[in-house]
Design a protein around this ligand. Structure first.
Ligand code: ATP
Length: 369
């Protein structure tokens, strides 16, 4: 196994589309790094450049110490799993998994040993005689992974491998992939548009938008310390509440609508000092508002930590209840805030959030049922 290094990589397609801009990501040896972002952000393009399926317009991609920019896909010692597993329907599971080894002219005994070992790891050793159509979607997925991994590539690339599965199987397979990846210790770059998949699978998560990397960090950090408003609103379900507010002169109170929130010591940051006395965007995760939002005016709601508003909708989810409410006196975020805070790069001040999102003044709280 080896590390994969993407350094200052650019991709400009023949028609002038600048799909990937100055991208730098290092995937450590044995790491599972998830590349996530909305449709069109350039994540698939980035993956295809690593695979050698797309030419690189600038920068370098290396595996270990070797720059691979000009190597053909077959010379890169990388395996890739796509959305469609592309198994050979007429071949047995055994032959499907053995196929890459056969191509590589690996001797029969060694081939057999490897196929049996990997089949055990992916839990398919009892189905080796079957044909793909006799397997479930999840099992087929595992055959595809086994086939990709059997020749022990330096790195493993996955492009939305779960997107064809139903919701339940997807959750199952997600756990299966994470387990398998850790067991095999194979360096993996995984692309998805699904933030839940990204957050649950990744050792680290790289969030992209419009060709630019927004943040690269472990999932907890992406969630707790999003680098900008885009990352904040992209992660979490429902996403973070983003509200117009004002930081007090002392840097310790936040005015949000008609409410004043006292910041706890742990919520204060040195970098907030320069925003003292200024308009800011306040972000509160729904699950962090729970107590304050439905405070009974007494016990539960701590002094200076209460948001007051009128409940608009309640959604019971079983384990949780989502409460949407209009916060007294809350203003919509000025459009310019979105434009600048989400500014992906200095040359790209552009707004793409929907109008209704800008005018959204309902806040959502997530409460235990
Ligand atoms: P999705 O999740 O929808 O697959 P993505 O984040 O993977 O999206 P890419 O497929 O990498 O995005 O596309 C990034 C940008 O490059 C998009 O604007 C897309 O339209 C454009 N693009 C992709 N392939 C080509 C191509 N062959 N020629 C021109 N533009 C392309």
């Amino acid at each position: 196994m080896a590390s994969v290094t993407i350094a200052d990589v650019e991709k400009v397609y023949a028609d002038g589309t600048h799909a990937v801009k100055d991208l730098s990501i290092d995937v450590a040896d044995g790491e599972l790094l998830v590349l996530v972002g909305p449709s069109g952000c350039g994540k698939t393009t980035a993956l295809r450049m690593v695979a050698g399926l797309e030419e690189i317009s600038g920068g370098t991609i290396s595996i270990g110490d070797q720059v691979i920019n000009h190597l053909d896909p077959g010379e890169r010692d990388i395996a890739m799993v796509f959305q469609s597993y592309a198994l050979y329907p007429h071949m047995s599971i055994y032959d499907n998994i053995a196929f890459p080894l056969k191509l590589a002219k690996v001797p029969k005994a060694e081939r057999d040993e490897k196929v049996r070992r990997i089949s055990k790891v992916v839990g398919l050793d009892e189905h080796l005689g079957r044909k793909p159509r006799q397997l479930s979607g999840g099992q087929r997925q595992r055959v595809a992974m086994a086939r990709a991994i059997v020749r022990e590539p330096q790195a493993f690339l996955m492009d939305e491998p779960l997107s064809n599965l139903d919701a339940k199987l997807r959750v199952q397979m997600r756990a299966g992939i994470a387990e398998l990846q850790r067991e095999l210790g194979v360096t993996t770059l995984y692309v998805t548009h699904d933030q839940v998949e990204a957050m649950t699978l990744g050792d680290r998560v790289a969030v992209m938008r419009k060709g630019y990397l927004q943040q690269l960090a472990p999932p907890e950090e992406i969630y707790r310390r999003p680098a900008n408003m885009f990352v904040a609103s992209f992660t979490g379900s429902p996403p973070m509440n983003l509200m117009a507010g004002r930081l007090g002169d002392d840097g310790a109170t936040l005015a949000v609508g008609d409410c004043e929130l006292r910041l706890a010591e742990s919520e204060r940051r040195p970098q907030h000092a320069r925003f003292a006395g200024r308009d800011v965007v306040v972000g509160i995760r729904p699950e962090r508002t729970a107590d304050a939002a439905l405070g009974d005016g007494g016990g539960a709601a701590a002094a200076g930590r209460t948001l007051r508003g009128v409940v608009a909708v309640r959604e019971a989810l079983g384990s949780d209840v989502l409460v949407y409410f209009h916060l007294d006196g809350l203003r919509a975020l000025p459009k310019a805030t979105w434009a600048h805070a989400n500014d992906v790069a200095p040359d790209e001040v552009e707004r793409e959030v929907g109008e209704e999102e800008l005018d959204r003044v309902a806040v959502v709280a997530r409460l235990g049922a």
